[in-house]
Design a protein. Sequence first.
Length: 148
Amino acid sequence: MKLVSTLLFASLISTYSFAESNYPKHYDTYTSKVSLCIQMEKNKAPLQTMDLKGISKNSLLEVIPYLKEKRIVDCSYREELDSLTRTLREDKNKINYQSLEDHYLSISLLKKEVSFLSIKKEQRDVIIEASKDKSLEMNILDFFESIE
């Protein structure tokens, strides 16, 4: 179930349109940057299953979604930090951690990091190297179904 939730979130964040929101301007700036980062990722050559020969499917199931989200976090970190800081300052008395986790990718990524780090470093490094300069913005369910 955890895997399905992770894959669904990754798929939703890739296709979710952030353009229309009732959030403050700083949050709109952040989500616009996230959308731009996703588009930049989509412009890369896609990762192919043949790039990952010899890697266990279980390792890929943990590492690929994590890397996909981490790339977007790394690309949008300035805008996210600005928006998060402003949100915390503006909402001092009504901070809702779950809401922050739902709205800011880096917070939700922290929970996924534990699973990512549970994969042997050698396997993580191979996957990271194989996916370098390749797009992870793909239909993850189709990708995993194509792995033998």
